[in-house]
Each structure stands twice: as structure tokens, then as C-alpha cells.
Design a protein around this ligand. Structure first.
Ligand SMILES: [Fe+2]
Length: 302
């Protein structure tokens, strides 16, 4: 029993429209307006109703990762497992379900305090049920059964939080990355990468440091290096700060760069990410190098 994929992500912005601009004109996601939910911004990446929901708040931060449990039975079983593990599960109401375009959902926090949601069955609405068309001409995002991409979230209590995601939520281990401290006397950096029940190398990773916006980064993937380069051009021309330069990761082979979006929420924009078709033949790795080349971090995580 596991979640199938990271189906949506819910974040906040202080200025309505800032994520429509960044997500649309820079990243190439498709902003849509939804009647009755006008305080929120929705970004489509494919034929799912939307993949990113942005609400207006006093600060930009992660409001929830949204995990698909696959079915009513999967949802019920996961909710029961969470409660058996002592996690407080709050059932979502019909308004919240309509907002998320899901049949049923529930909210909870992981042992590090990160908010997440489980749901089953995406629904649609007239405003969401439009063909995906990227404002910047992105041919397609790598999504479908693999969800929107991945999220890396903070977990200073990394062992406890990792045990929760593997033992209760059913994630599998992909890589355990330990990096030398960025400065003498600083703690080791550790990131634990986990996969859901889909081929993407990791749908979730935990970093062993706190983060002011509750998410270290989210990742979206395209199908060509040219679309990565063209997006990097748009980022540069708009004067948007980079969290990291272009590079290729060792563990998932992703060629990507990281831009810092509105509110300080970073987005990894990449292509060529590793897909594992048969996890039973995969052995989780332990790494001490993050990158084959590139990925010079412009600002270390705080
Ligand atoms: Fe990433």
C-alpha cells in the first residue's frame, strides 16, 4: 500500500498573480481561472484539472503536497494507517474537495510538521476541462501516472520523518545522499530520496535542515534540453534569481537548474530524469556526490 504519485501541490503567494506570471510566462505552465474560486490561482501541466494551486496569504509557503491514493479503497486504507500511527487526520469537506478537483481528501501533518493531503479520484469542472496549452510552447511536461514531479521538504528530524513516509505512507527508498558540511563546524547535509508507486526516481525527498517557506524546492520536468535552456533564458531575462545553475544530478540523472519563484519557493526545471520500470530490481543507493557537473548553488539553504 502506497500513494501512487504527487498529483498536486498547494502553495501561497502574497500578491495574487505573481505565480500566474512566474508559473505561466516563465515556466510554461497554463494558468486557468475558475469561477467561484477566484481567490486562487490554478496552473495546469497536462490533462489533470490542475497541478499547482496558489492561494493568497500573508507569506509564500507550502500549504500541502497532494498525494493520490489511487482509489476509494486505497484512500480508506491510508487514512486508517495514518490514524493507527497516531497522526491526526482531518477529513476534507465538499467545498474543499471541489476546490481541489478531487472526490474525497483528508489533511494531516508529517512528523516534521509538513502539511500534506491524501485524496482519491480527480474530478473535473468546466473551467479545468480545457486542453493543456503552454503559454511558452512547452510541448509536454513529464507527468501522467508519475504525477507533477517531485517535492523536497524540510525534516530536521529526518530519521523519524523518513520512517513515517516509508513505514506508514509506503514510500520506497531511492537514494541516501550525504554531503560534506558547507562550512567547517556546520552539520552534514543529508537528503533522503523516496519513490511512490510510479517510475519516477523520486516523488519526495526529505532534507535534514529547516526551510523558511516549508519546501526546499518542487520539480517539474520537460522532454528536451532545449526547453530547459529556453526556460533558463526566460528566467535570466526576467531577472529572476537562481538557486542553482544548470547541472546534472547523479542519483536521478536530471539535467536541471533551479529558479527562485515568488515568495522564495524554488522550482527545479529539468529533463532526462531517471525512470525505474521495475522497483523490485532496484537497489537503493547511498551517495556522497550530488552532481556529475554543474548545479552551483547561489544561496545555500537556510
Ligand atoms: Fe529536485
Amino acid at each position: 500500500m502506497s500513494v501512487t504519485n504527487l498529483a498536486y501541490i498547494h502553495i501561497s503567494e502574497t500578491d495574487k498573480g505573481s505565480w500566474a506570471q512566474f508559473g505561466g510566462a516563465i515556466l510554461g505552465l497554463m494558468p486557468i481561472e475558475r469561477a467561484g474560486f477566484g481567490d486562487n490561482t490554478f496552473l495546469k501541466m497536462d490533462d489533470a484539472p490542475f497541478r499547482v494551486m496558489v492561494s493568497v496569504a500573508d507569506e509564500g509557503k507550502l500549504l500541502a503536497t497532494g498525494w493520490d491514493t489511487g482509489s476509494q479503497a486505497g484512500f480508506d486504507a491510508m487514512a486508517a494507517k495514518l490514524e493507527a500511527a497516531g497522526i491526526t487526520v482531518t477529513a476534507g469537506d465538499s467545498n474543499g474537495a471541489a476546490l481541489r478537483c478531487v472526490e474525497q481528501y483528508a489533511s494531516a501533518n508529517d512528523p516534521a510538521g509538513n502539511p500534506f493531503e491524501i485524496f482519491h479520484t480527480r474530478t473535473s469542472c468546466a473551467d479545468c476541462d480545457v486542453p493543456f496549452a503552454s503559454p511558452t510552447g512547452i510541448k509536454k511536461f513529464v507527468t501522467g501516472d508519475m504525477g507533477l514531479g517531485h517535492a523536497v521538504i524540510p525534516a530536521p528530524n529526518i530519521d523519524e520523518t523518513h520512517a513515517f513516509y516509508t513505514d506508514v505512507m509506503g514510500f520506497g527508498n531511492s537514494d541516501d545522499l550525504r554531503l560534506a558540511p558547507p562550512a567547517e563546524g556546520a552539520p552534514e547535509l543529508r537528503i533522503l530520496f523516496m519513490h511512490a508507486s510510479n517510475a519516477r526516481h523520486h516523488s519526495l525527498a526529505l532534507a535534514n535542515f529547516p526551510h523558511p517557506v516549508g519546501i526546499v524546492h518542487m520539480m517539474v520536468e520537460v522532454t528536451s534540453i532545449d526547453e530547459v535552456g529556453e526556460c533558463l533564458d526566460r528566467v535570466s531575462q526576467a531577472g529572476i534569481p537562481l538557486l542553482s545553475t544548470l547541472g546534472r544530478h547523479c542519483n536521478d540523472n536530471m539535467v536541471s537548474f533551479y529558479a527562485i519563484g515568488p515568495g522564495g519557493i524554488a522550482v527545479e526545471f529539468g529533463y532526462d530524469g531517471l525512470q525505474v520500470d521495475d522497483w523490485s530490481k532496484f537497489t537503493a543507493t547511498q551517495s556522497t556526490e550530488g552532481d556529475f557537473w554543474g548545479h552551483a548553488y547561489q544561496a545555500m539553504p537556510s
